[in-house]
Design a protein around this ligand. Structure first.
Ligand code: SF4
Length: 689
């Protein structure tokens, strides 16, 4: 090799964007990223990537990166040394705890950061600050899916892997838009459709890419998916199409469940969902005729008042038809962030220690207390919705948040901002001065994925290692290093030299990670949890037993929660979601020049019918108004949406068009996930074209 090639460094990493979990090599020279080179060995994606994974990395070298700790002085931030910043954070959190009790602290974790960092953060909250008030952004997305699966099959994760999705006879996609939100997964579905005749069935209110190519699609009224699911399950049972043997051997609660379906007749479903009886029968027949069925779902299901129950109804349908525990089958809640699965798995949740063991369980807690050498609180803590409420009530007084743009992605952000302002002390740790960070008292500069080691867990439950590409920029530090310094400032004496040691500790405590080690995860190797002590992993769950002590699955009866109506004045339904090119609040992708140039702003999708009625064209400027706030946005007239449906991507960089100015504080009954998708607005035309 020439001298020049010698200086090119190749490092394996895992994508920092969505939950598909693509891995690839980053080719660099000094701090320049030369290219992203996928390799056939990558377990999820092989040689595929999407536009974000391939081109979305310039943000790492953005001049907006935070490189020094900042401390608020009046209306300004002043640069500080790490010693000053750590001492201030440690002492303020400690005095708040001493004066107002551990319950006065809130900890918000990051689904962008590594498993090891999330593990250490919940250890910090529980063992140093004695609170279970720790949560992560799955509260905004897939907590309802986790509940639906925990109720019925026992583990809060996808029941198989992409391989199962790709080899399935029929893929049923409900309230998800994989072509934009999980692009490489969608590519695999499209390929299976084309090459192996895999059937695609879509239930969605929007005509997205997979809907356009589906073999069969329905458009149930917003928020009526549970009725659709229960009605087709009832119809399947009436036809005698249930998998009797599977139900007898492996499932409990059949009789009671069947009687809970009484009211979900085809007539009732037709009335509530707007989908005809004939279409519902066709859907049920296709599911019956398919040898194997996978159901994929996302925010269109979960972000409703009844999101947990609809997720449960999905799992019930899979149980009744025997579509669990064999290849090509199962439940696939599609995880949004690169590590939202891992953040939950490693215990940044108010009721669960790592590996989904209840914090209330004395035996489980004793295991942690022994290892950590200190007591941890028994009572489950507040989730992030409850933390915001408790700030408003004056009960939570200080908050520590890392890698989460809560001030843009939580619902009803005008309200959330008021809460931030009420805090006595607020620490934000991020790679940029995010909108949330502007409310902080101390801002700590962290390092993005390319500047640290660790592991991410993708939507399949697959744990993969990322290797350090660059040194941390300026004085920024990996998040786990910062947590350790804060703990040690309060006398903890943690001495992790490498994230591998943190993983070893987690593996020694949480049974589902028993056999996880950095040695077993080297390079392109990966492990899909649960991982037995001998290193055997579990790509396909439930082959022998479901995740309950008796090994049996449970059919769990659910009732329909009608979506919230806001009154006639708000006459349009506003849906929201992702677009391919940008990720979430856009803090990273809008700092990638190529992407930001190509897609500089989001737009509002308006149906041709509505555009005609209101006399507007593509390019018009409108104001949307809900009871909670208003936004201004340009219009794109498209038949992706129908009638009085609007669609606004959440990926905004401008405060003026942030969809969460419009959303409410209403939420799923069980998990408190905001009902982002139950939103009604009125529209005022500012410029017609
Ligand atoms: Fe990254 Fe997801 Fe794109 Fe893969 S599909 S490259 S994980 S954003």
């Amino acid at each position: 090799a020439t001298m020049r090639e010698d200086r090119v460094k190749r490092t394996k990493t895992v994508c920092t964007y969505c939950g598909v979990g693509c891995s690839f090599e980053v080719w660099t020279k000094d701090r320049d990223i030369l290219k992203i080179q996928p390799q056939a060995e990558a377990p999820v994606n092989g040689i595929s990537t999407c536009v974000k994974g391939k081109f979305g990395w310039d943000f790492v070298n953005s001049e907006d990166r935070l490189t020094k700790p900042l401390i608020r002085q009046g209306d300004m931030f002043v640069e500080a040394t790490w010693e000053e910043a750590i001492a201030l954070v440690a002492s303020k959190l400690k005095t708040t705890m001493d004066e107002h009790g551990p319950e006065s602290l809130g900890f918000i974790a990051s689904s962008k950061c590594t498993n090891e960092e999330n593990y250490l953060f919940q250890k910090l909250a529980r063992s140093i600050f004695k609170t279970n008030n720790v949560d992560n952004c799955s509260r905004y997305c897939q907590s309802p899916a986790t509940t639906g699966l925990m109720r019925t099959v026992g583990y809060g994760g996808d029941s198989g892997t992409m391989k199962d999705i790709a080899s399935s006879d029929l893929v049923f996609v409900i309230g998800a838009n994989p072509a934009e939100s999980h692009p490489v997964l969608a590519t695999r579905v499209k390929r299976a459709h084309k090459l192996h005749g895999q059937k695609i069935v879509v239930a969605d209110i929007r005509e997205h890419e997979l809907a356009q190519m589906a073999d069969f699609k329905i458009h149930p009224n917003p928020g009526s998916d549970l009725v659709m699911l229960n009605a087709i399950t009832k119809y399947i049972i009436e036809q005698g199409w249930q998998d009797q043997e599977f139900l007898q051997k492996r499932v409990k609660g059949y009789e009671e469940y069947v009687s809970s379906l009484d009211k979900f007749t085809l007539e009732y479903a037709e009335e509530k969902t707007g989908v005809s009886k004939e279409e519902l029968i066709q859907l049920a027949t296709m599911i019956h005729e398919a040898k194997t069925v996978c159901i994929l779902w996302a925010m269109g299901v979960t972000q409703h008042m009844g999101g947990s129950d609809t997720s449960t109804a999905i799992s019930n349908l899979l149980l009744v038809t025997g579509n669990y525990a064999k290849p090509g089958c199962g439940a696939y809640p599609l995880r949004g962030h690169n590590n939202v699965q891992g953040a939950c798995d490693f215990g940044t949740m108010p009721a669960w220690l790592p590996g989904y063991e209840p914090v209330e369980n004395d035996k489980v807690r004793a295991r942690y207390e022994k290892k950590w050498g200190t007591e941890i609180p028994k009572k489950p803590g507040l989730n992030n919705h409850q933390i915001v409420e408790a700030i408003m009530d004056g009960k939570v007084k200080a908050m520590y948040l890392f890698g989460e743009e809560m001030g843009l992605v939580d619902s009803n952000i005008n309200y959330v901002e008021n809460a931030f302002e009420k805090l006595d002390f607020f620490v934000v740790q991020d790679i940029f001065l995010s909108k949330t960070a502007k409310y902080a008292d101390v801002v700590l500069p962290a390092s993005p994925s390319l500047e640290k080691e660790g592991t991410f867990t993708n939507t399949e439950r697959r744990i993969q290692r990322l290797y350090q590409v660059f040194e941390p920029l300026g004085d920024s530090k990996p998040d786990w290093v910062i947590f350790q310094e804060i703990a040690n400032a309060l006398g903890a004496n943690w001495n992790y030299a490498h994230p591998g040691e943190i993983m070893a500790e987690a593996a020694s405590l949480a049974p589902i990670f028993a056999g996880v080690s950095y040695e077993r995860l080297e390079n392109w190797n990966s492990l899909v949890w649960p991982v037995a002590a001998d290193g055997t992993d579990t790509p396909l769950l439930y082959e022998d037993k479901f995740g309950f002590p008796d090994g049996l699955a449970r059919l769990f009866p659910v009732e329909w929660t009608e979506p919230l109506e806001v009154g006639e004045e708000y006459d349009l339904h506003l849906n929201n979601g992702r677009m391919l090119e940008h990720f979430h609040e856009g803090n990273m992708t809008y700092r990638v020049e190529g992407i930001a140039k190509k897609v500089p702003d989001p737009w509002l999708e308006v149906s041709p019918e509505l555009a005609e009625e209101r006399g507007i064209k593509t390019g018009a400027l409108v104001k949307l108004i809900s009871p909670y706030g208003e936004v201004k946005i340009r219009v794109w007239v498209t038949d992706l949406v129908k009638g009085k449906q609007l669609y606004l991507p959440m990926n905004t960089r401008s405060d003026e068009s942030a969809v969460n100015k419009l959303t409410s504080s209403y939420h799923d009954k069980i998990t408190h996930t905001p009902n982002y998708k139950e939103m009604h607005v009125k529209m005022e035309v500012l410029e017609a074209e």
